[in-house]
Design a protein around this ligand. Structure first.
Ligand code: AOF
Ligand code: ZN
Length: 370
């Protein structure tokens, strides 16, 4: 019995320390792209002796920080890492070698790295060096940390999330309506996670002073690149002059033949001319820029995006939402809803869904990932 109890205890501990590693990983939120969020704790005799997380692409990996923190205590200890340790020389040397050199006894891994350069080779290397390796502890939680990273690695395109508001009747709303504000700051937080956000030009203008100020006031907090689309309307062939007060990067996609590039350069605004504007072309461009995630915000006057969405994202997803998801949502409390939505096989994922706080009529805000 004692042996059994000990085992159960170990089992519990593995989950416990992995969740701690996940918490640590989140400290890098918004800063690591195109690299993943990774956290690591080193545990010896039931005590955490080292902690680390990956702070930014180009900087050392989570394991390295945790090992430095643990020093000599890493010997014979167990390392918990949310992502399989790497076995390659990238911008930084392989973490497998660091773990081996530090003589850890055991490594507990949240998930295998979908990066084809790593993809289980890290685990193999550790095992070949005589280290016990356990894989898949709190796997879903670890995967949840890096949705965009995983998607980008597996699909080879940025993760695209469509963000929209619907009335309960299922009408796509152009705006949030009078006096409707967001609660919870979910969107603001989301903005920090995404590499880029496609905005309607009205929202874009508004965002210069309001929307894109991150909740976190930490210096250097991630601001997504703002993307706006300017379609040649025939009447005015001129790209609107954008007053980029906040000095963040902006990309304007346009099909205008003539562009007014002169002042834009100084303002961090990049103008990309496309023969034909469609979502695929925009995503291709983002991909070539190394962006892993793009949020398409349908709020504001989104008339210029309706076509984009119709072309690039099949309209049926919106219909599916109205006919299948919304009725489920209406009958539930919020927490129920998320659970039930997960069980619906939509071919799409609803990342978040909730009524807007002060809306007189209920507005549903949804996120679809593609
Ligand atoms: C990270 N942080 O903590 C771990 C990563 O160019 P590099 O050297 O930073 O390598 C990036 C790759 O390393 C990344 O795509 C992933 O496969 C692997 N593991 N990456 O950024 C970490 N453990
Ligand atoms: Zn590494």
């Amino acid at each position: 019995y004692v042996v059994c109890a000990q085992k159960n205890n170990d089992q519990y501990d593995d989950g416990f320390y992995m969740r701690k590693s996940v918490e640590l990983a989140r400290k890098g939120l918004g800063y690591t792209s195109p690299n993943p969020l990774v956290g690591c704790v080193i545990v010896k005799d039931g005590e955490v002796v080292g902690q680390g997380f990956h702070p930014k692409a180009g900087q050392p990996h989570a394991e390295v920080f945790a090992l430095r923190d643990a020093g000599d205590l890493a010997e014979n200890a167990t390392a918990y890492v949310t992502l399989e340790p790497c076995n390659h020389f990238g911008r930084t040397p392989p973490c497998t070698e660091a773990l081996i050199k530090a003589k850890v006894k055991k490594v507990v891994v949240g998930m295998v790295d979908p990066n084809p350069i790593v993809a289980s080779k890290g685990v193999d290397r550790l095992r070949n060096a005589g280290i016990e390796v356990v894989v898949g502890v709190e796997e879903e939680l670890c995967k949840g940390l890096n949705e965009a990273y995983i998607h980008h690695m597996l699909v080879g395109k940025p993760l695209l999330t469509l963000r929209y508001s619907l009335s309960v009747n299922g009408n796509l709303l152009d705006s949030l309506g009078n006096g409707v504000t967001e609660s919870g700051g979910y969107y603001s937080r989301l903005l920090q996670e995404y590499d880029a956000v496609i905005l309607s030009s009205s929202l874009f203008r508004e965002s210069l002073s309001v929307d894109l100020v991150p909740l976190s006031q930490e210096p250097g907090a991630n601001q997504p690149i703002r993307i706006i689309v300017h379609k040649d309307s025939g009447s005015s062939n001129q790209i609107p002059l954008v007053n980029n007060k906040v000095n963040d990067k902006v990309i304007i996609f346009t099909d205008c033949r003539e562009t007014t590039a002169s002042e834009e350069a100084q303002q961090g605004i990049e103008t990309v001319s496309l023969d034909e504007i469609n979502l695929d072309a925009i995503l291709d461009y983002c991909n070539r820029q190394g962006l892993c995630s793009v949020l398409l915000d349908m709020r504001g006057n989104c008339s210029e995006y309706e076509e984009l969405v119709k072309e690039g994202i099949e309209k049926k997803y919106i219909n599916k939402f109205v006919t299948e998801i919304l009725p489920v949502w209406k009958g539930c409390t919020q927490n129920d809803t998320l659970l039930q939505l997960k069980n619906l096989d939509q071919g799409v994922k609803v990342g978040y869904l909730r009524p807007m706080a002060s809306a007189q009529s209920v507005v549903v805000e949804g996120y679809l990932n593609f």
